[in-house]
Design a protein around this ligand. Structure first.
Ligand code: ADP
Ligand code: MN
Length: 326
């Protein structure tokens, strides 16, 4: 399944720490993380399987040994070796010190040119009990950005320009205020209006918005606290591929003049059966990620902090749709 000798640095993140690895097929990511995040994935799978659907598929946890405390399984040893190689190759900061990693579905897999937007959620960015200096630093960032005013901010983004990815770092998102952040969304979704007809673009945005509402609705009826979790939005950045996905192959019957013959119907049903085994190609993915400071908190009520951010992201997408359909 996971061949650790073929792990390589994942170069396609929109934001976050270095040190994420990908397998050779690109289907899986190995993300070094805190024990708290690994536990959160595990617990969600057990106790809140519905919410697990809104997260990347979780394949398991790897516990890395230090060299003093050598790991027993060869899989883990190879992984430790590989990640040490990576560590030496990519020494430019920002890697977390940990002996734990989670294996996740790579949400960019299956796309030709995945456009990725990472939106960090919450008006308050830390839990009670956080060290005062860190709390002050996070309060300052919130007060200077849309985190404070809207409960989300753009922390990173990459957008295919036809030849390469335009990359937007965390400072890009910090530069917006509550009025201007719509320009960030317009930039991220600019590919839609190039590739698609206006009604198709609006329809795709509505589908993405519905997916965000699904996450918000789940949080409305659950009891959790998620500080600095992200909403990750991915959509196909290759114009031709996007057109095919939205208007072409997967909705062929609509475009056909005459009704399909019985053998054509049978054939397309067979194809669907085959595709069921693997995820069918899709124009977009929307998931919540980054649960380093997330917990299920029975008795504490819903997570208004995170819900506010999701609501305001939905509003931003509403505004884009309104502009398209005006
Ligand atoms: P951190 O911010 O703590 O470094 P994140 O979980 O936010 O860790 O991941 C950092 C970046 O890696 C994200 O912005 C995203 O671009 C990418 N990423 C994380 N998880 C996935 C995933 N399952 N599929 C695709 N990309 C991911
Ligand atoms: Mn993150």
């Amino acid at each position: 399944q996971l061949d650790p000798s073929t792990l390589k640095a994942f170069e396609n993140a929109a934001a976050g720490h270095d040190g994420v690895l990908s397998d050779s097929t690109g289907e899986l990511l190995v993300k070094p993380c805190t024990d708290a995040e690994a536990d959160f994935y595990q617990q969600t799978l057990q106790d809140h399987p519905d919410f697990a659907e809104l997260m990347p598929t979780f394949m398991g946890t790897l516990h890395l040994g230090t060299s003093a405390q050598v790991a027993e399984s060869t899989v883990v040893q190879d992984f430790v070796h590989t990640s040490q190689v990576q560590r030496n190759q990519r020494s430019h900061g920002g890697k977390i010190a940990t002996e734990t990693a989670i294996v996740l579905e790579n949400l960019e897999h299956g796309f030709s040119k995945p456009n990725v937007l990472d939106l960090k959620l919450g008006t308050t960015l830390y839990a009670d009990g956080t060290a005062p200096e860190k709390a002050q630093r996070l309060d300052k960032v919130a007060s200077e950005t849309t985190s404070g005013s809207l409960g989300f901010r753009i922390t990173g983004m990459k957008v295919w320009n036809g030849e390469s990815f335009d990359k937007y770092d965390k400072l890009y998102g910090r530069g917006f205020n509550a009025e201007t952040v719509k320009d960030g969304f317009a930039t991220f979704f600019s590919g839609l209006s190039v590739a698609l007809k206006q009604d198709e673009a609006a329809e795709l945005l509505e589908t993405i918005e519905a997916e965000i509402a699904k996450a918000r609705n789940a949080l409305e009826r659950l009891e959790s606290r998620m500080y600095r979790a992200s909403l990750l939005i991915v959509y196909e950045g290759d114009n031709a591929a996007l057109r095919t996905l939205v208007g072409g192959v997967y909705k062929t019957p609509r475009l056909q003049e005459k009704a399909p013959t019985r053998s054509e119907v049978q054939q397309s049903e067979d194809e669907e059966d085959e595709e069921d085994e693997d995820e069918p190609p899709t124009a977009y993915r929307v998931k919540m990620i980054d649960f380093a400071h997330a917990a299920w908190t029975p008795g504490q009520g819903k997570d208004e902090n995170t819900i506010t951010g999701l609501k305001n992201i939905e509003k931003q997408i509403d505004m884009l749709i309104a502009r398209l359909t005006a």
